[in-house]
Design a protein around this ligand. Sequence first.
Ligand SMILES: NC(=O)C1=CN([C@@H]2O[C@H](COP(=O)(O)OP(=O)(O)OC[C@H]3O[C@@H](n4cnc5c(N)ncnc54)[C@H](O)[C@@H]3O)[C@@H](O)[C@H]2O)C=CC1
Ligand SMILES: O=C(O)C(=O)[C@H](O)COP(=O)(O)O
Length: 383
Amino acid sequence: MRILADENIPLLQPFFGGLGELVTLPGRAIDRAAVKHADIVLVRSITPVNADLLADTPVRFVGTATIGTDHIDQAALASMGIGFANAPGSNADSVVEYVISSLLWIAEREGFLLRERTVGIIGVGNVGGRLAERLSRLGVKILLCDPPRVDAEPEETQHFVDLETLLTEADVISCHVPLVREGAYPTHHLLDEKRLKSLKPDTVLVNTSRGSVVDNQALKARLKDLGDLLTIMDVFEREPELDPELISLCDLATPHIAGYSLDGKMRGSEMIYQAVCQHFGLPARQKLGGLLPEPWLKRLGFSPDADPIWTLRAAVRACYDPRDDDAALRLALRRELPAQAYDRLRREYHTRREFTTIKIKVRKKSSEMGNILTAAGFSIREA
Ligand SMILES: NC(=O)C1=CN([C@@H]2O[C@H](COP(=O)(O)OP(=O)(O)OC[C@H]3O[C@@H](n4cnc5c(N)ncnc54)[C@H](O)[C@@H]3O)[C@@H](O)[C@H]2O)C=CC1
Ligand SMILES: O=C(O)C(=O)[C@H](O)COP(=O)(O)O
């Protein structure tokens, strides 16, 4: 079999090398000419996959090593009899940890504690659901909004609220919906000019879903006119053509890397490998376990006298500090064209690991410190 893959998918050789001839290309170079010689195409979010790309080619299966599928015309694939899989949940913990680390930083900068605020989560699937769990365990009040789930699972979602209630009552709003342009629950410009205008001053707005879920021009207008929102933006409309003016107005701005933990990216590779094997009736012999490298930071220890909130911030930042990615983006935008900066920063992304990879020693697991660190998602050991 001939496999054509985005070179930014990790572990291609160990997972796919044994299945056939493997060719890699930058995602933006995966075009009709390239797929003409492929049976399997493996992409990331930057490659639009539709009938224009695949009609009358030998391609029989497409995998995307991402959670999001808005770049894939799934109806077209189905009509051409081409198999398809994405990697649901693969990098959800990475996004959750990006949000938690960003919120802890902004709370410290603005002089409040997260557990004194209400966090509204729009879209309660893999990412939003896991974020809600971790924040609740940390004592943060949560509001959940997910109309598709409310309609599909009315019993389980009785405590969910509608969008307008969430926007009125939440101090922090975090978007975790897929980008959908049509149908009963569209999310394109879900936060439009009117809704953005209605946000109360000092609302913290987080978008790690897709850029077009928030009307970027309307957001920019509100930030320029009033400057009274706090914004953490990982995704933007018209990527890779970032808008330096909007970025300069954001409190944290990163180039669509919330899901870029090594663990999350590698899980994505494993999931599409398993899907390929299943589609072609092959045994999935390769496992991720032995392929994940040792984390650079393996252990942390804190004095039992340390303040638990300080401990939480220190552990989270030791693992992942989004200010590094924000600083790298701002520096790159001074030196490179936005699209070049966006692609380079993502291609050369540093090794980032998830909270569970660090073992933290505490005197007692059941102490306040132990409870907070466990709630945040760290692996705790009693010293
Ligand atoms: N910035 C990044 O690096 C990453 C971004 N993402 C984005 O995050 C999105 C969410 O990821 P998951 O939670 O894994 O997806 P998911 O499919 O597990 O959950 C999405 C949830 O949104 C809900 N939803 C759909 N339409 C809605 C609407 N109009 N209003 C409120 N809720 C609505 C769905 O019912 C579902 O529960 C992905 O589709 C992707 O676009 C995902 C991973 C990494
Ligand atoms: O999984 C998703 O959905 C994402 O947004 C990815 O983390 C984005 O990564 P790329 O596919 O754009 O490299």
